[in-house]
Design a protein around this ligand. Sequence first.
Ligand SMILES: Cc1cc2nc3c(=O)[nH]c(=O)nc-3n(C[C@H](O)[C@H](O)[C@H](O)COP(=O)(O)OP(=O)(O)OC[C@H]3O[C@@H](n4cnc5c(N)ncnc54)[C@H](O)[C@@H]3O)c2cc1C
Length: 332
Amino acid sequence: MTISQTAGNVCTISGLNTNRQTTANSADSKVISLPGTECVIKSQAYLSSFTSYRVGGAAQWYAAPRNLVALSASIEYAKEHNLPVTILGAGSNLLVSDQGIPGLVIATRHFRSKHFDLQTGQLTVAAGESIPNLAWEAAELGWEGLEWAVGIPGTVGGAVVMNAGAHSSCIAEMLVSAEILTPNGTLETITPADLGYKYRTSLLQGGDRIVTQATFQLRPGADPAKVKAITKQHKQHRLSTQPYNFPSCGSVFRNPKPYAAGWLIEQAGLKGYQIGGAQVAQLHANFIVNRGGAKASDIFYLINHIQREVQERWAIWLEPEVKMIGEFQPGY
Ligand SMILES: Cc1cc2nc3c(=O)[nH]c(=O)nc-3n(C[C@H](O)[C@H](O)[C@H](O)COP(=O)(O)OP(=O)(O)OC[C@H]3O[C@@H](n4cnc5c(N)ncnc54)[C@H](O)[C@@H]3O)c2cc1C
């Protein structure tokens, strides 16, 4: 297989060897090796282990490539077998249906590499690197700019796609460029101007382009003790105002400006309201927590209930920030 760079920051990936070996793992699960890579594709992989809500059924097929060659081989496999592809980062903003997801789920969480460039103050990181870990590492080095992100338990890829943000900062403000694998196998370098960034959205959402790497502009040369202290302050603030002790996806709804979704939900009397194992958190009403044994459908019905109650009380329809994937049946 070759990956070739062409004009305009575009690379082409071609020549994948497609001889594959299938082994039966157990009665109802198969493992397929992708030749020339260390990557395997597994059938019936339960996604509750890969999402922060700890709910969700199985992916029909699941791959967790560690590099571009394995990622491309996984995509080739999906194309050949006509399988829809779903991309997963750390699964910290996802509600996966109890019925699971048809097609191939590709997790980019094992894409790892990072480079802090002292000359430019730029941090270049692979899609699977953890945002909170990067915030701590930058702080240790005395690099400012990522302190705000310490409480966001996602990957670089998910943060670029979601325009993750907190404490009045967001990814759009610091992204220099991102490397994207397109459906036709080309690698492109794009900038924030190409991404149509708005509050917690980007043009990458719902699309078929995969973030493989990103470069962020930071500010080296500060006192590490100072940067660590600010990072710690942000973390402590989050721990005291948001329920990190139960599985969740963070804020469930977008804030319908000028209002905060959490305030509208709280004023509608919904704090503590529970359906099955899913509960509106006591500490922060824009969080739905899995109190133990929740099903994705409990969370989905609770989302619907909150939307209806807030609509009735405030005439505002709350739009979910959480991405729901797979099938959900309305009608609790
Ligand atoms: C306790 C808690 C607190 C949170 N606090 C915040 C907060 O303060 N601010 C905030 O913005 N968010 C917050 N979140 C939500 C979440 O962490 C962010 O949205 C995060 O950016 C999602 O990253 P992820 O890697 O988990 O992406 P996932 O949840 O796995 O995916 C999110 C979306 O990105 C896509 N995606 C992921 N990786 C890639 C890739 N490599 N290429 C293409 N598409 C990809 C997925 O298909 C999906 O559409 C919180 C979540 C939790 C659980």
